[in-house]
Design a protein. Structure first.
Length: 555
């Protein structure tokens, strides 16, 4: 079954209802089959909104499984020889039309008819159904209902709502939440948390400081030290976080709000809000505590550069047993040592994750590229992109010819070629995710400063990623670059070597309100210059790795 041009047809329930009336069908249902689990769209032929519900033991009929696994229309007529139990004892004919979902997922959908009249012309009914309905549309419709059931899209909506509150008042908080979640899960993996437990911890990480949205923004964003009163106010974020987390996901995961509440408890009992001690503090909260400190030190901020890895390791060692659970701190040190070099493909994870992301839609050669900011939810094979900013340009987003997904994790950028199908105004189904091949592409482990030379002066930028053909730099979003102009970039190394790279700015990826990433394509940069550039980078990479290893092994 091919689903070439999927569109969501909101009229499907209504049309099914008409069809049911016309052919005098007693039961018309859509079943969603995921492995051995079957879900039914309740009253799918009614005009009201549908609810998807799991079916347990109700369907003894193997018809659905037979239909779905063989991909063939199957039906039974009561004729005395039949051994299959029917859905309802008054039924005379049972028909299943399977719709295979291989293009999107392993989920199958099946349209089910139950008739009480034995005299119905089955062949005529089936051909009328197939003439009237587009199976691809029914599949997509059922699939979306299923997503609603597993709360996937609702969950994304929650983050988009939070994002609205966070980005206005606390721009620095957004990435902090995701980074803490990232570090926490990396630590949890080494503590043998199951996939499900890792997912829960990730969510707790994203929510850990969410209570700060209730604290006055001038205190949260204050650059200098806090007065005692201000500090007391900041401390209240754990209680607010508890309340907010409980509201958002308390019914699905009752322990997450508790973990959020306890993320500032100290191992020696000197923390807040309850002064819990040692093992009294839930393990996930002890992990969040360490992850929190790692991100505060590791991440660049407008007022500070990242603290070197060896200093973070020293800090964790200094405070273990006091602030931190010693076992968690030791594992965190191992994690930092390994994760300073991030994996080349961040989506090679088995657990569900949400990432801040950008979706770039291309509308054909030489045409405008549309850049959408939002979140990407990934379940291990496919994902959903949810928009956070309303798009005001005139492009019809449904007409894109190809798409790129850009994800940011710990200041590293990951780029993927994807298949993006709009599901509604703000959500895209993302499938066929393939890493964008970049030969000899290097992510910076430290700040490599450079200057773009313009007629007005020199603009300071930070190089983040480097390949043979181009580089990616970060810069204040206020900077305006002309994409048609040729620029000169000056790179200065610690040993005094200076390099000039000619190039063009070809792409802009806004990251936050304050900063943007720009792709800088080299123009007439000689091989010797490139060689000198890479030599410098690799020398420093090797130095840094050595230093980290020395610190870690000397303990
Ligand atoms: Fe906090
Ligand atoms: Fe935090």
């Amino acid at each position: 079954m091919l689903l070439d041009k999927p569109k969501i047809n909101q009229k499907i329930p209504e049309e099914l209802w008409k069809f049911k009336e016309e052919f005098n069908i007693s039961f018309l249902d859509i079943f969603i089959v995921n492995g051995n689990k079957i879900y039914a769209l309740e009253d799918c032929s009614q005009k009201e909104t549908n609810i998807c519900r799991p079916i347990n033991g109700l369907i003894n009929s193997n018809l659905i499984h037979i239909a779905c696994s063989h991909g063939k229309v199957t039906y039974h007529i009561v004729d005395g020889k039949n051994t299959f139990p029917f859905l309802n004892e008054n039924l005379m004919i049972e028909i299943c039309i399977p719709i295979r979902g291989e293009k999107y997922s392993n989920i199958d959908v099946c349209v089910y008819f139950g008739l009480t009249n034995k005299e119905v012309d089955v062949k005529n009914l089936l051909s009328s159904f197939l003439r009237r309905f587009n199976l691809a549309e029914i599949y997509l419709y059922a699939f979306l209902m299923y997503c609603k059931l597993i709360k996937l899209r609702n969950f994304l909506n929650v983050f988009v709502t939070l994002e609205d509150m966070i980005k206005v008042n606390f721009p620095s908080l957004q990435l902090h939440l995701f980074n803490v979640a990232f570090w926490a899960v990396e630590i949890a993996k080494k503590l043998n948390f199951t996939n499900k437990e890792q997912e829960k911890l990730y969510l707790a990480g994203i929510l850990h400081d969410v209570g700060k949205i209730k604290i006055r923004s001038e205190i949260i964003n204050k650059k200098g030290s806090l007065t005692n009163e201000e500090y007391e106010e900041v401390k209240r974020h754990v209680e607010f976080g508890y309340v907010i987390a409980k509201e958002i996901i308390g019914d699905i995961y009752p322990d997450i709000p508790v973990w959020v509440k306890n993320h500032h408890e100290m191992y020696d009992g000197s923390g807040y809000p309850e002064g819990l001690k040692g093992e009294e503090i839930p393990l996930p909260s002890r992990i969040l505590k360490v992850a929190d400190v790692i991100d505060v030190l590791y991440s660049p901020r407008s007022y500070k550069t990242p603290v070197p890895v060896e200093k973070i390791v020293a800090e964790l060692n200094r405070c273990k047993g006091k602030d931190f659970d010693p076992k968690v701190a030791d594992i965190a040190i191992e994690v930092i040592k390994e994760k300073v070099v991030l994996p080349t493909d961040i989506l090679r994870v088995s657990e569900r994750r949400i990432f801040p992301a950008m979706l770039l839609l291309h509308f054909g050669e030489g045409k405008e590229v549309c850049c959408l900011n939002g979140y990407f939810y990934f379940d291990g094979t496919r994902g959903y992109f949810k928009l956070i900013e309303i798009v005001t340009n005139k492009l019809d987003l449904r007409n894109s010819v190809s798409a790129h997904l850009v994800i940011e994790v710990l200041s590293s950028i990951y780029e993927y070629n994807v298949h993006a199908i709009p599901l509604d105004e703000t959500t895209w189904l993302i499938s066929k995710i393939r890493t964008v091949e970049k030969n000899s592409c290097v992510c910076m482990l430290w700040n490599l400063e450079a200057f773009i030379i313009t007629q007005e002066g020199r603009i300071s930028v930070n190089i983040r990623k480097l390949s043979e053909e181009d580089l990616l730099f970060e810069c204040n979003s206020m900077c305006e670059f002309d994409t048609s102009q040729l620029y000169k970039m000056e790179v200065l190394f610690e040993n005094g070597e200076e390099l000039i790279l000619n190039g063009r700015i070809v792409c802009n990826y806004p990251v936050t309100k304050e900063s943007s990433y720009y792709k800088y394509a080299f123009v007439m940069v000689s091989d010797t210059t490139k060689e000198r550039l890479f030599k410098q980078i690799f020398r420093k990479h090797i130095d840094l790795k050595k230093r980290i290893e020395e610190v870690c092994t000397s303990r």
